[in-house]
Design a protein around this ligand. Structure first.
Ligand code: CMP
Length: 134
């Protein structure tokens, strides 16, 4: 399977706060090519489906509500070693633990409103990309 694509979403708080350009700028500056791009608002049903792997987690209901609270930007990104390099670029899920220079260090507000999503494997990158662009 190709290891050169990943999938990302810019989450509702970052879109609301006018950080689409800033975040896409950091992504391009890090050497990723934007292959697909779409601004869209998820229904609670679609948000729930996207995050179905987390449905037993205590934060699931809040996450679904948050992710459907306003528009998001979904994108497929291309670069060598895309999944791992993108996770390095975005930083830790909890922005309190995110390294200096990462997208979440700069833009995330909380563990939930953490500015961006990044796929955690090649397999999930494929599935998540198809969820929007299939
Ligand atoms: P993301 O990388 O998109 O994957 C799952 C999302 O759930 C995560 O980012 C956060 O937005 C949200 N979330 C909320 N609370 C937690 C938590 N305690 N641990 C992990 N993810 C959480």
């Amino acid at each position: 399977m190709a290891t050169n694509r990943t999938f990302t979403m810019i989450k509702p708080d970052a879109v609301q706060d006018n950080h689409i350009g800033g975040i896409l700028g950091m992504i391009e500056a890090a050497g990723f090519r934007i292959v697909e791009l779409q601004k869209v608002q998820l229904t609670p049903e679609r948000a729930g489906q996207f995050y179905e792997v987390h449905k037993e987690r205590p934060f699931y209901q809040d996450l679904v509500k948050y992710m459907s609270s306003g528009p998001i930007v979904a994108a497929i990104l291309e670069k060598d070693n895309a999944v791992a390099d993108f996770r390095t670029l975005i930083g830790a899920t909890n922005p309190a633990n995110a390294e200096e220079g990462t997208i979440r260090k700069k833009y995330a507000k909380s563990i939930e409103a953490n500015a961006v999503h990044g796929s955690d494997s090649d397999e999930n990158a494929q599935i998540e990309g198809e969820f929007y662009f299939g």
